[in-house]
Write a protein of this length. Structure first.
Length: 423
């Protein structure tokens, strides 16, 4: 485990350009989908993050080899020698390991999968995954922390999700591409990363209608009809929002190369409400900030609403904004645990259940803090940019799971930031 720390000192306005890497929440799912067809896959714009390495290890154990090439390219080879068993020691390290369930069940008719790990911020059961796949003819047994799933051959079904779950949508769609007949999935998740997965599957030869909408229609193809393909991973909207938040609390003007406004419309609207200027320049977004931010009220909702992953960044921005803002978490319990760390930096925040009341202060004050998860870790780094004195962020291994050289990219924009050994 990485025992380094990130040290940040306030250094004023940020200026320059930063390239936005591919989305963590897409590339891991694309990697799992390579289980569906034999051949050599090429993924471009792949972020250099720890979770990609963990997923590559998991898939290697199942039978798909990966090789990193220069320029953010990942080559993956599915030779057809697949063992549909996901070992616990790898599954426990990454929640996205659940994404091998749909492809393996649809292609091979059986899966043995330990319950996945990853960030610990409340229970995220797989009930909706199981119900959807059972409607398609799968049977499940759960014992000793292992999910055993079987199906002679899945068949199409009409499925309505109780909630637009990203993971359930992904597993049902990847299972349905090989199912006999047509699957109609209503109340499907609409995140850009879902569309990226669907477009990847279509590039493999899958037949999917309604991409980007809440109703996905999948016409199953015969096993063996899908083929390997090449694909560019969509840019990471959470990383883009992180650099926008950095500009918001520091001031300055930065161009985010590759960032897509159409993936962040609701967030951009609220950022503008806070006083951040954002312009779509075609090849990315130009962001600039002058003066103090204004407070707003915000609630997390399924896409196209404000993603829960954005929330730590918004709370950090509100911590130095003018006024009082109320943030409501509608999606996951337990995602305000980083509030204590922001309070150590002098933030005036009261969290109660699903709500946090944030009273802005003119400046934060540097202190030692610890990242509890990926996004909160990035938010604490952003907070350090708005803190007098020195901020030390421990738990850097969390940040490395989802960010491609956050320290180097911020330093290139003029931030006083560096990594040092713990101690």
């Amino acid at each position: 485990m990485n025992d380094e720390r990130i040290l940040i000192r306030r250094a004023g306005a940020l200026h320059g350009e930063v390239s936005i890497p591919g989305a963590k929440n897409s590339v891991l799912k694309l990697m799992a989908a390579t289980l569906l067809a034999e051949g050599t896959f090429t993924l471009g714009n792949v972020p250099d993050i720890v979770d990609v390495g963990i997923m590559a290890e998991l898939l290697a154990a199942i039978g798909v080899r990966s090789e990193r090439l220069p320029g953010g390219v990942l080559r993956m080879v599915n030779s057809g020698e697949i063992s549909p068993v996901a070992p616990y020691e790898l599954v426990e390290r990454i929640r996205a390991s659940i994404n091998v369930l749909g492809p393996l069940l649809g292609r091979f008719g059986r899966v043995s999968l330990s319950m996945p790990g990853g960030d610990d911020f409340g229970s995220r059961p797989i009930d909706m995954h199981v119900k959807g796949l059972e409607a398609m003819g799968a049977t499940f047994e759960m014992r000793h922390g292992v999910v055993e799933a079987r199906a002679d051959r899945l068949h199409g079904a009409d499925i309505t999700l109780e909630f637009p779950s990203v993971g359930a949508t992904e597993n049902i769609v990847t299972a349905a591409v090989h199912a006999k007949g047509t699957t109609v999935l209503d109340n499907a998740a609409r995140e850009p990363e879902i569309s990226d997965l669907c477009n990847f599957l279509v590039g493999m030869g899958a037949q999917i209608e309604g991409i980007g909408s809440s109703t996905l229609v999948v016409h199953g193809v015969e096993p063996g009809e899908l083929r390997a393909t090449q694909h560019q991973v969509v840019p990471d909207r959470i990383q883009a929002a992180t650099y926008m938040a950095a500009v918001a609390v520091s001031g300055g003007e930065v161009v985010l190369r590759g960032a897509r406004a159409d993936h962040m419309e609701m967030l951009l609207r609220r950022f503008r409400d806070m006083g951040l200027a954002v312009t779509d320049i075609g090849t990315g977004l130009a962001v600039w900030a002058e003066g103090r931010l204004r407070s707003i009220d915000m609630a997390t909702l399924p896409y196209p609403g404000i993603a829960t992953d954005y929330k730590p960044l918004v709370v950090t921005m509100l911590a130095v904004a003018d006024g009082v803002g109320i943030v409501t978490e509608n999606l996951y319990p337990g995602r305000f645990r980083y509030v204590e760390e922001l309070q150590r930096l002098g933030a005036d925040i009261r969290a109660d259940g699903h709500h946090a009341v944030v009273r802005g202060v003119p400046a934060l004050s540097g202190a030692p803090v610890r990242a509890p998860d990926i996004r909160a870790g990035a938010a604490l780094v952003v907070a350090g940019l708005a803190a007098d004195g020195e901020t030390s962020v421990a738990g850097v291994h969390h940040v490395d799971r989802g960010y491609d050289d956050l320290v180097g990219r911020l330093a290139a924009l003029g931030a006083d930031i560096r990594r040092v050994p713990a101690g």
